[in-house]
Design a protein around this ligand. Structure first.
Ligand SMILES: NC(=O)C1=CN([C@@H]2O[C@H](COP(=O)(O)OP(=O)(O)OC[C@H]3O[C@@H](n4cnc5c(N)ncnc54)[C@H](OP(=O)(O)O)[C@@H]3O)[C@@H](O)[C@H]2O)C=CC1
Ligand SMILES: O=C(O)[C@@H]1CCC=N1
Length: 267
């Protein structure tokens, strides 16, 4: 068998999202991508949809140029044990929350290791991925890693000691935003809007506000000031948000996720 370019370990929510974008964007021919996914129904569906190859066991992963770890941190040790020595691989890329570069390097002493944190908007090419490189990664390998993640959105390089914070903000962030959107939709329904209209209004308000803040490089406080007419509706709404402690709740969400990411070390 011709050497695979990439072996993806774990075809769950994140692994399958990245695989879809890589195949759709033509970043690599699907027959050069292998997937190891124990759920045979999910694995076959992805094979059929994308034309990738299925790996029958984890030892086959070591024959590909790049091994991509998209399993839960809790099964990392089992996966390493099942994989054995990687015979031909040069690079291991992890998207696992909490698992440090040092632990990756210990598990894969002969490979270059890279710790990354993408997020779920990757599925529509609007993700953001933070990358921390282990020692000895060549410029060509860095280019390969960035190319993979640029295919699913923006890329930033961060020091590894910031990775748990990144995980808590942008990795988990889509979950917080989804909760906020759901609440806004329910709020619209509460004041009489049909749910489909409330959904359209909430989503476009969210993406429009994000686009405005980004394109105009506007400080969020200035945008808030622009929307609040004296004695008007917005300041009445913001007063309710402040009384409910929404700012503190969001900061605490990031803090709690950060602490959880730190706890996952050594999984
Ligand atoms: N979801 C997200 O938004 C993000 C997740 N991540 C990280 O991505 C990783 C995966 O998360 P997510 O996709 O949400 O999780 P999922 O549970 O959806 O996917 C993990 C997949 O790995 C499979 N798996 C379990 N054991 C093995 C094994 N021994 N060999 C191969 N595959 C195996 C699971 O199969 P089965 O279900 O049958 O056990 C499952 O399909 C995590 O480490 C997480 O921290 C990073 C950024 C964002
Ligand atoms: O919830 C989690 O643990 C993963 C990591 C970031 C997003 N999802």
């Amino acid at each position: 068998m011709e050497q695979l370019f990439l072996s993806v370990i774990g075809g769950g929510a994140m692994g399958s999202a990245l695989l879809r974008r890589w195949v759709d964007s033509g970043i690599c021919p699907p027959n050069q991508i292998g997937l190891r996914e124990p759920d045979s129904v999910r694995a076959s569906a992805l094979q059929k949809e994308l034309g990738i190859r299925l790996l029958s066991d984890l030892t086959q992963a070591g024959e590909s140029q790049i091994v991509f770890l998209a399993v839960k941190p809790q099964v990392f040790a089992t996966v390493v044990a099942e994989m054995g020595q990687l015979t031909a691989s040069e690079l291991v890329i992890s998207i696992m929350a909490g698992i440090p570069l040092q632990q990756l390097q210990q598990a894969f002493p002969r490979q270059g290791v890279v710790r990354t944190m993408p997020n779920t908007p990757a599925l529509v090419g609007a993700g953001i991925t933070a990358i921390s490189y282990g020692t000895g990664i060549t410029p060509t390998q860095m280019e390969q890693v960035e190319k993979l993640f640029r295919a699913v959105g923006e890329v930033v390089t961060v020091a590894e000691n910031q990775m748990d914070a990144v995980t808590a903000l942008s990795g988990s962030g889509p979950g917080y935003v989804a909760v906020m959107v759901e609440a806004l939709i329910d709020g619209g329904v509460r004041v009489g809007l049909p749910r489909p209209i409330a959904t359209q209004l909430a989503l476009q308000t969210l993406s429009g506000t994000a686009a405005l803040l980004q394109q105009e490089q506007l400080h969020p406080a200035l945008l808030k000031d622009r929307v609040t007419s004296p004695g008007g509706t917005t300041i009445a709404g913001i007063d309710a948000l402040e009384q409910a402690g929404v700012r503190g709740a969001l900061m605490q969400a990031v803090q709690a996720a950060y602490e959880r990411s730190c706890q996952l070390k050594g999984s």
